[in-house]
Design a protein around this ligand. Sequence first.
Ligand code: SAH
Length: 230
Amino acid sequence: MQGEDDDWIGPWEGGAAGPGQVTRAEFVLMLRRQGIRDRRVLAAMEQGPREIFVASVGRREAYADHALPIECGQTISQPYVVAFMTEALDVAPGHRVLEVGTGSGYQTAVLAHLSGHVYSLDRYRTLVEGAAERLATLKLDNVTVKAGDGFLGWPEEAPFDRIMVTAAFPEIPEALKEQLAEGGRLIMPVGPEGGVQELRLLDKTPEGFAERRLMAVRFVPLVPGMARAL
Ligand code: SAH
């Protein structure tokens, strides 16, 4: 029986699946097997057509569980890391979310499905423009993207209930901590460029900040300032 869960991912022109094609059900099953349990996160990832964010590779490759190159020498995170970070951030429908590192806009789309509004910035204008187009195609209108330096955050729109940074730095930038609402939560990879980084989860409580270490990861670096070219 062909239930909704059995739909082939992406625009499927043929009548039957080719070898190695991934179904939506298989994609979600892969994430579940790795321990992702939040139904809202799984549903958001199931709905998001990942292939439009990584146009340079084939559809099958787009859903494989590893990071992939995007423009400007950056990368789109592997699906498991997107799901893990989104689940840990615990995003709710009314939340105002800041994302630093728009990249392809894939993580932005997942966050937009789960929150009230996403403010996302990247230091590459080219990436921001490409992401804005894709997000418009998906009719996600609760997203604002702009070119900007993530170290400064987005003071005009602060405070944020949730902040996600998808590039690594040896410490969490002060401006981002300041722009977190009380009761707010931030997730970010912390560590040196090219070395071992770990995901940190930071909660802003009335008693101060509480930090947890989650898992080892490898992200491209958070680089201060706007990119000169592109
Ligand atoms: N979340 C993205 C992947 C991002 S890769 C996706 O789903 O595709 C990390 C991104 O952080 C890159 O696009 C890089 O340009 C951006 N970045 C690095 N330093 C930055 C800074 N200071 N401010 C804003 N963006 C930055």
